[in-house]
Design a protein around this ligand. Structure first.
Ligand code: ADP
Ligand code: MG
Length: 601
């Protein structure tokens, strides 16, 4: 007997399901895309238990005849392409004919559909890929697909489903991306009987952006468009002050299809070069229109990745259009507070302070005044000098070494202060040379230590005069919910306020927080990014963001007593040689190095 046999269809479908339907969000995506392809004007997504229990997508599109409906459940059955040539020029979202049979193979699946001219519709039930029932059914025109108990017949896959919150976060991500792709379609999403998103048909992308991101945020988006023979693009570019801690706010579409393409993402980011610090991301919605033959969409089963046939020109068009939009907004151009922090020279924005590493500008503005005077100091306990600073040359002290060396850390406060350089570095004279301290990094370290080392209550908590409501995206909300307990340990008092909203009642005393809601959102975004790393720890991640935001700035003139206080506090930290990000906060030029500079030796 031969060793090779053709796999039964249902097994093929289950295998394909492994690629196409990795989680409930993927089911939502495939079903909603089918509804869009079916020219629906309204699409509703209805979920139970984060889609683990039930996903239902209802549309008012063209529907299917009963023959087509049965065919649609066969592998490689599609109405969207017929020939290889069609594939070269596909304009619909689907074309592989895999989604429905794959989903039906791994769930309890029900399809109810009717074409508008038909008198009655058809209802088809499939359980784990096995056809259970086909009957005539009365129903409105359009299609309703219900997917229950995803992966019920594949326990190994079911095990990999995450918490309701996490699955919901993935679903809303997909849902928002698809909603943003089609402002003309009315989109709704409800979970556990509660309507979470309702985006009535909008006239233009800016109105849809207002529904998706909120009107306040949408007010800081700048429309752009550009047309050339082989490429046209339009969209909305967030002002640099809208910077986010992760790249999830890049909404990029190629020929109407949401894509996640590294090259395109990088190109959009490059348009913000020098307007935003490293590791920060803009909010950009970009619709790219290309001749279908210029894009290969068939490189990935979920069609999320694409391949551009001649990327060079396209990418340059994207970069320069977005860039010009930023530059056009000019120093007085748009609303928002970031402009007056920047100086415009030859039409480009530059940060006023050379080497200033902080530019979270709108937030920066919120932190006027010097927060560090508020950080009250425990009794001084000066350690023996020096050791950690005994580095042979001026160099960036490696983070790990620094932590080690800091055991009985240096005593900066005993050194005499020579002054401040560029309002950014504090200059000290040590017995064997010149010590430079980066004032921002140093203050970050102080705040970080106070936050991350506090035992319950120690950080102190300050009630806000007026509690603030914090509305979050589901993913951030899930993150916050998981860590409320932790946060209360460092002095936050945050209370769930229904759905994805929270009330902030109190914040840690050590931090000067004029806009705690902004900071908390920032912290959550940063935390979501860093969570992927195996060495991640919530407390330090939060402390890092928070301290970074409220620390002293480079470019800030310090009074002698402020410098003193900073040095004393620095001496009491655990690792007074690096900032929380591992950058050096102090370095030294020894006498012999100085002598060498002057060729004395
Ligand atoms: P594809 O979208 O790649 O063609 P699917 O398995 O997702 O493959 O769908 C198979 C076919 O079923 C589609 O080509 C379409 O003809 C039909 N179909 C699926 N969903 C709908 C819907 N909501 N309304 C009308 N037709 C649909
Ligand atoms: Mg499809």
């Amino acid at each position: 007997m031969g060793k090779i046999s053709i796999l039964p269809d249902n097994l093929c479908n289950q295998i394909a399901a492994g690629e196409v339907v990795e989680r409930p969000a993927a089911v939502v995506k495939e079903l909603v895309e089918n509804s869009i392809d079916a020219r629906s004007r309204k699409i509703s997504v209805i979920l139970l238990q984060g889609g683990r229990k039930e996903i239902r997508v209802v549309d008012n599109g063209v529907g299917m005849s009963s023959d087509d409906a049965l065919l649609a459940l066969e592998r490689h059955a599609t109405s969207k392409i017929k020939t290889l040539e069609d594939l070269q020029s596909v304009e619909s979202l689907g074309f592989r004919g895999e989604a429905l049979p794959s989903i039906a193979a791994v769930s309890r699946f029900e399809l109810l559909t009717k074409e508008s001219e038909a008198l009655s519709g058809v209802c088809i039930r499939v359980d784990g890929g096995i056809l259970k029932d086909v009957r005539e059914a009365g129903c409105p025109s359009g299609t309703m697909i219900t997917v229950r108990d995803l992966f019920h017949n594949i326990p190994a896959r079911r095990k990999f489903l995450r918490s309701v919150d996490t699955e919901m976060a993935h679903i809303s991500d997909q849902f928002l991306r698809l909603s943003m792709a089609h402002p003309e379609i009315h989109f709704q999403l409800s979970h556990q009987g509660r309507l979470q998103y309702d985006f009535p048909s909008a006239d233009n992308i800016l109105d849809r952006a207002g529904q998706v991101f909120g009107t306040e945020l949408a007010g800081k988006l700048m429309p752009f468009s550009m047309e050339a023979p082989r490429v046209n693009l339009h969209g909305l570019a967030g002002q640099p002050e809208l910077q986010r801690a992760n790249s999830r706010f890049l909404f990029i579409y190629v020929n109407g299809r949401p894509v996640w393409d590294r090259l395109l993402n990088r190109t959009v980011l490059s348009a913000y070069d020098t307007l935003m610090p490293k590791g920060r991301f803009p909010l950009v919605v970009l619709y790219l229109g290309l001749p279908p033959a210029e894009v290969d969409v068939n490189v990935h089963p979920t069609k999320r990745e694409i391949r551009l046939r001649s990327p060079g020109d396209v990418l340059e068009a994207v970069r320069s259009t977005v860039r010009q939009t930023m530059e056009r907004s000019g120093p007085q151009g748009g609303p928002g507070s970031f402009h007056h922090r920047m100086t415009a020279r030859d039409g480009r924005f530059r940060f006023p302070v050379p080497g200033a590493r902080e530019s979270q500008v709108s937030i920066e503005d919120a932190f006027r005044g010097s927060p560090f005077q508020r950080a009250s100091s425990p009794p001084a306990q000066l350690a023996a000098f020096p050791n950690a600073l005994d580095c042979p040359e001026i160099h960036a002290t490696d983070g790990a070494d620094a932590e080690k060396a800091a055991g009985d850390g240096p005593s900066f406060s005993r050194l005499s202060v020579l002054g401040q350089l560029a309002n950014t570095y504090i200059l000290l004279e040590s017995p064997d040379g010149l010590v430079l301290i980066d004032q921002h990094a140093a203050h970050e370290r102080i705040l970080f230590d106070r936050l991350s080392s506090s035992s319950p209550g120690e950080a102190g908590s300050q009630r806000l005069a007026q509690s603030l409501v914090l509305n979050l995206f589901p993913r951030e909300a899930a993150m916050l919910r998981r860590h409320l307990e932790h946060l209360s340990r460092i002095g936050f008092e945050i209370e769930p306020f229904g759905g994805d909203s929270f009330m902030i009642h109190a914040v840690p005393t050590v931090l000067n927080f004029p806009a705690p809601d902004v900071i908390i959102r920032e912290m959550l975004e940063a935390a979501l990014e860093e969570e992927k790393s195996p060495r991640w720890d919530l407390l330090s991640s939060l402390a890092k963001t928070a301290s970074c935001h409220s620390a002293l700035r480079a470019g800030q003139k310090l009074q002698p007593e402020e410098i003193r206080s900073l040095l004393e506090q620095l001496d009491r930290t655990r690792a007074p040689v690096t900032c929380p990000h591992g950058r050096p906060l102090a370095c030294k030029l020894t006498h012999s190095e100085i002598a060498r500079l002057f060729k004395r030796t």
